[in-house]
Design a protein around this ligand. Structure first.
Ligand code: 6R9
Length: 665
């Protein structure tokens, strides 16, 4: 190819708006018949037996869907199964010697760990026996506060084995965040670790865990501490009387096996706390049958996972993506799932590509924020490595802009891997809107049509479907197996948060109930959905959901602060970043000292991921006549955009003042 041809090809890629999946991929794809869309629609909800059939059931279910009491739907009623048996035991005969988890740890010289299905089965059994010994019973919520170490999925599966729901708290969250979640779930057990490594340095984790425990209001029975740090790297913590090391517990149970507990399809598999509009995180409840079928089916249909694959998702298990698409989906399918403890830029910016090459990964599932960072670093890093093992690429967590999409397609996928841009949420349990990689034309920037059997529509404020090309609100008009069942111990809030907006809440008819995910979106003539972002007070920083109210209450807790408003502003790599506007109390000056304390307050309450991009002190906040803060105007300021309409403000001048003080900074 001449240089000129190359330049032309490049120009064509820039302009190209639709891409067909590569033939070679289509030929081997798990799903490649277009008719699946019609079939599922005609055969709804029985179509979801296909998902349930991917699992082994101890007792088969009576009904696919019980919709008699919406929005409290039940799926695969009276079916019995165990999630850990589905992820482990049933693979032993055929795949016992194959890798279940390939763990790539930090620091580099320490070496990595491979867990075959047999290894994983053994250790999950031993830890399950240990949990029982500690007194953990069926339906007791066990909290896990751990980074990306193998003991995290082991503990999750051990809980699943004995029917104890887990509640995993992201290790980057603060002590306060841990305490809030343990309190909300009444969780009496904690599994944590002494520390972990970041960019080669040991990090103290147990101090945070202990601080968190101090804030738990009820009796905490026992805490298990995984000793992750190597000798000499520790922080000199003495374990408390009620703290046991993971290694001791497992050693005591060496060789023990635990019969997997038969769980009802609707029994809780886990809780996951996520940010919402109010300051209190929401405890999303997922079940054993519906969730696991959903995770398995979408892993097979969308990520095209086969047992022989080595599949790499770079998310953290502390978020839903890691639950569904590092642990449950891939292991249910008996594949090799990778876990990477470190960051993509250590020791060099080619770390991920080095791993893909070394392990010959077949799929890579990551977030747009990571892709934007890779793009910024430059293509020389992936170019150093042979990435030809890759067959499919995926993204999740936030909208991906066409430029980043094309960069991913070209520099990582070598134009020969389909990309699935998957829209879903903690609440949906798994993917909802995305092309099927063996079928759909891909349009960069647009996630694609809803999955077969998923009824997603874009509506206006009245709930009427909007025309193609117009922005509206994303809704899901029919239930699906992977959906959350409720917010833990708060059915009322479950209805308020997700259903009230568009449903006739007095009705018992499923048709009158509409799920509202709080995202804006538009749809094109081909039925492709482009998700525009949250329409509530949630901001999406590097694909992580943060509630502005949570951040605001953290700021207001800082001495010297009278009031605060937080908005998301555009950010080149993070997608959105936190911008804080703060009014000081009488007698306090807004300056660097207070700014530091505000940042510290946020880190204490939530964690470093919520660290603000800027903190602006202002004498007033823009408010409507009814006293509501006009966040949209603050967003305009953060983005340096032209200011929107200020005529409904009680104090229109204040906006100009803030904008001026920002540009002075
Ligand atoms: C899986 C996960 C959910 C929110 C969701 C939306 C945003 C996720 C997206 C996307 C555009 C995509 N989101 N995937 N936006 N395109 N492909 O991220 O769950 O942490 O609960 O966040 O993320 O705004 O509502 P969660």
């Amino acid at each position: 190819m001449s240089d000129e041809d190359g330049v032309q090809l490049e120009a064509r890629l820039e302009e190209q708006e639709a891409f067909d999946p590569p033939e070679e991929f289509v030929e081997q794809a798990n799903v490649s018949e277009k008719s699946i869309y019609e079939e599922f629609e005609e055969n709804w909800p029985e179509c979801w037996e296909q998902a349930a059939d991917l699992l082994d059931w101890e007792e088969s279910y009576d009904e696919v869907l019980d919709a008699s009491n919406p929005p409290f739907y039940e799926w695969f009623t009276d079916g019995k199964l165990n999630a850990s048996a589905n992820c482990l035991d049933r693979h032993l005969d055929e795949r016992g010697d194959e890798a279940a988890i390939e763990w790539v740890g930090e620091p580099l010289e320490e070496g990595n760990r491979t867990y075959t299905y047999e290894d994983l089965h053994r250790e999950v059994n031993e830890f399950a026996a240990a949990l029982r010994e500690m007194g953990v019973g069926e339906d007791d919520v066990v909290t896990m506060y751990m980074p990306m170490i193998p003991e995290l999925p082991i503990a999750m599966l051990a809980c699943a084995r004995i029917g104890a729901p887990h509640s995993v708290v992201f290790a980057g969250f603060s002590a306060d965040a841990l305490a809030t979640r343990m309190n909300a779930a009444d969780s009496e057990y904690l599994v944590t670790c002494d520390g972990y490594y970041r960019r080669g340095d040991p990090l103290d984790h147990l101090n945070k865990a202990n601080d968190g425990l101090a804030g738990v209001e009820h009796f905490v029975s026992d805490a298990v501490v995984v000793e992750r740090l190597r000798d000499g790297d520790g922080f000199g913590h003495d374990l408390a009387d009620d703290q046991r090391t993971y290694a001791d517990l497992v050693a005591e149970q060496a060789g023990e096996t635990v019969e997997p507990v038969e769980r009802d399809a609707e029994d809780m598999l886990f809780l996951m706390y996520t940010s919402g509009t109010t300051g209190q995180p929401k405890g999303v409840k997922h079940t054993t049958g519906g969730y696991l079928s959903w995770a398995a089916w979408t892993s097979q249909a969308v990520l095209d996972i086969e047992p022989e694959d080595t599949y790499f998702c770079s998310a953290d298990i502390g978020w839903i993506t890691g639950h569904s698409y590092i642990v449950y989906g891939p292991l249910a399918l008996g594949t090799t799932t990778m876990m990477y403890e470190g960051t993509p830029d250590y020791p060099e910016r080619d770390r991920l590509w080095e791993i893909v090459e070394e392990y010959e990964a077949n799929q890579l599932y990551t977030a747009p924020t990571a892709i934007r960072a890779f793009m910024k670093w430059g293509s020389e890093y992936p170019d150093r490595h042979d990435l030809s093992s890759l067959r499919l690429l995926g993204t999740v967590g936030e909208p991906i802009n066409p430029r980043a999409w094309k960069w991913y397609y070209k520099h990582i996928g070598d134009k020969s891997c389909p990309i699935v841009d998957t829209w879903w949420q903690t609440e949906t349990g798994g993917m909802m809107v995305t092309t099927l990689p063996g079928i759909g034309t891909m349009k960069p920037g647009s996630a694609g049509p809803p999955l077969p059997g998923v009824d997603a529509q874009i509506v206006d404020t009245d709930g009427t479907q909007v025309d193609a090309g117009r922005a509206g609100y994303l809704t899901v008009q029919k239930p699906w197996p992977g959906m959350l069942r409720t917010l833990y111990k708060n059915d009322e809030r479950y209805i308020d948060e997700y259903w009230r907006e568009y449903s006739d809440t007095d009705s018992d008819d499923m048709e009158d109930w509409v799920y509202f995910p709080e995202d804006g979106a538009k749809i094109d003539d081909d039925g492709y959905i482009t998700v525009l972002g949250r329409v509530d007070d949630v901001i999406n920083v590097s694909g992580h959901r943060l509630g502005t109210m949570e951040i605001e209450s953290a700021i207001v807790g800082v001495e010297g602060v009278a009031e605060a408003a937080v908005v998301g502003g555009d950010h080149e790599v993070k997608g959105e970043a936190v911008y804080a506007y703060v009014i000081t109390e009488e007698g306090y000056e807004g300056g660097d000292g207070l700014r530091l304390r505000v940042v510290g307050g946020i880190e204490d309450a939530i964690g470093p991921i919520a660290r603000p991009e800027s903190v602006v002190f202002t004498p007033e906040l823009p408010k409507t006549r009814s006293g509501k803060i006009m966040r949209r105007l603050l967003e305009d300021i953060a983005n340096n955009d032209e200011l929107g309409d200020t005529s409904t403000l009680r104090n229109p001048d204040v906006v100009e003042d803030i904008a001026a003080s920002v540009s002075d900074d």
